[in-house]
Design a protein around this ligand. Structure first.
Ligand SMILES: CCCCCCCCCC/C=C\CC(=O)SCCNC(=O)CCNC(=O)[C@H](O)C(C)(C)COP(=O)(O)OP(=O)(O)OC[C@H]1O[C@@H](n2cnc3c(N)ncnc32)[C@H](O)[C@@H]1OP(=O)(O)O
Length: 385
């Protein structure tokens, strides 16, 4: 630590942790966590890099001041422009969520943190080594946070692999329940459409074949996940992030969340076992509206149709959901695991068969003109081509 006294490593991006003036009278428990996290940041052994510092800066500003309220700096004011961009990307993310995300981000940097008396050994574990996720394990809950907020948590190939790795680790760790959520204003915008641009020497056929293998393995991890799996849908969800909800045990949603599966628009077809689970959950007509006609559901509609377990106002979403989750995590873990097995196991074989069929149909779809044109349209609109 002596190499980095007093935030001297923050010379490139000087975020205002040290300038904090808190209203102690109005302190709540989570504000206390926030303050602890800010103190932990001071114990960083290594410079976490500008990208992380920008994330911390943005979350700090959002948590303390709300949405970005600064005029956009000029193009040559590079540092302030980067800070402004990072803050502005958080959109209308509620202060409480930003505070929670700040705490989680600091927590995920733990291997770089000085071990401190605030952290009780053995009760609080955080996994590092993820580029696209934040993973924490604390109080019986492993929390996997999709962490590409600037890309609306679009799932790139690296994220598919990291989610599988995190789920496998969570299935074996000592937590009782596992939670998947998103950082930023989106839960996830689904498959990262730039996944289509990285074509191997074997051409698009090889890409489609490998992608079908990846997708099958990815969905298989959700089918086989042994502990209660809960989605905390903090904002809009698109594509595969919606379809796999049918494989979760409980889905809590903010009233800001929407649920959109625009497969026909993209020349694609349903995955994540939704061709089976959605029909069971909401019946064929409602499932067809979503999966064939791409009808976007509000959180309330998704709840009425059984895809979502409960909806909460965005302003109290995190508080209400985490109160419930902490209570669930105290229940006997073996009883919960065995109950899940009893509820889910007779469907497993069927789900794996559905998954295999969906992936094989998609492998063909990805080679179709309809799909290629839709992807090219999106990428050229976004100037990615
Ligand atoms: C043959 C190879 C296939 C390989 C596949 C592997 C396995 C895949 C299996 C699953 C298959 C399909 C399931 C699906 O998930 S289909 C759904 C795909 N998702 C979408 O169609 C959403 C596309 N995004 C949008 O429509 C919009 O971005 C938005 C989500 C409505 C948000 O709009 P916004 O105006 O609020 O924000 P925007 O400026 O567009 O976004 C901010 C930046 O994020 C980038 N981005 C957002 N979503 C995606 C995405 N899905 N893929 C790639 N990039 C995304 C966007 O480009 C912006 O980036 P930048 O700031 O311009 O750089």
């Amino acid at each position: 630590m002596s190499d980095f006294p007093d935030f001297s490593y923050l010379q490139v991006i000087s975020f205002p942790v040290v300038q904090l003036h808190m209203n102690r009278a109005a302190m709540t428990a989570s504000q206390k966590d926030f303050e602890n996290a800010m103190n932990q940041v001071k114990l960083l052994k290594k410079d976490p890099g500008n990208e992380v510092k920008l994330k911390l800066y943005a979350l700090y500003k959002q948590a303390t001041e709300g949405p970005c309220n600064m005029p956009k700096p000029g193009v040559f004011d590079l540092i302030n422009k980067a800070k402004w961009d990072a803050w502005n990307t958080l959109g209308s993310l509620p202060k409480e969520t930003a505070r929670q995300n700040y705490v989680d981000l600091v927590s995920s940097l733990s291997s770089s943190l000085e071990s401190s008396s605030q952290v009780e050994p053995g009760t609080d574990r955080k996994s590092t080594g993820y580029e696209t996720l934040m993973v924490t394990s604390e109080g019986g809950i492993t929390k996997i946070t999709l962490n590409r907020p600037a890309k609306k948590n679009a799932i790139n190939v690296e994220m598919y692999h990291e989610i599988m790795r995190a789920l496998k680790a969570a299935s074996k760790d000592d937590s009782s329940i596992t939670v998947l959520t998103g950082n930023g204003d989106y839960y996830s915008s689904g498959n990262d459409l730039t996944n289509f641009t990285d074509i191997p020497p074997g051409g698009v056929e090889e890409k489609a074949k490998n992608s079908a293998i990846l997708l099958r393995e990815f969905v298989g991890c959700f089918i086989d996940f042994p502990k209660p799996l809960i989605a905390v849908v903090n904002g809009p969800a698109v594509g595969i992030s919606v379809t796999i909800l049918g494989l979760f045990d409980v889905v809590y949603a903010s009233d800001r969340a929407t649920f959109h599966t625009p497969f026909s628009h993209l020349g694609q077809s349903p995955e994540g076992c939704s061709s089976y689970t959605f029909l069971k959950i909401m019946g064929p007509a409602k499932a067809t509206e979503m999966l064939v006609f791409g009808k976007k559901l509000t959180a309330g509609e998704a709840c009425a149709q059984g895809l979502v377990t409960a909806v909460f106002p965005d302003s109290t979403f995190q508080k209400e959901v985490w109160t419930r989750l902490k209570a669930f995590a105290k229940l006997p873990p073996n009883a919960m695991r065995i109950s899940k097995e009893v509820i889910r196991n007779r469907e497993k074989e069927k789900l794996h068969a559905v998954n295999a069929e969906e992936c094989s149909v998609l492998q063909e779809r990805w080679l179709s003109d309809e799909c290629m044109n839709a992807v090219v349209n999106f990428l050229s609109r976004k100037s990615k081509l």
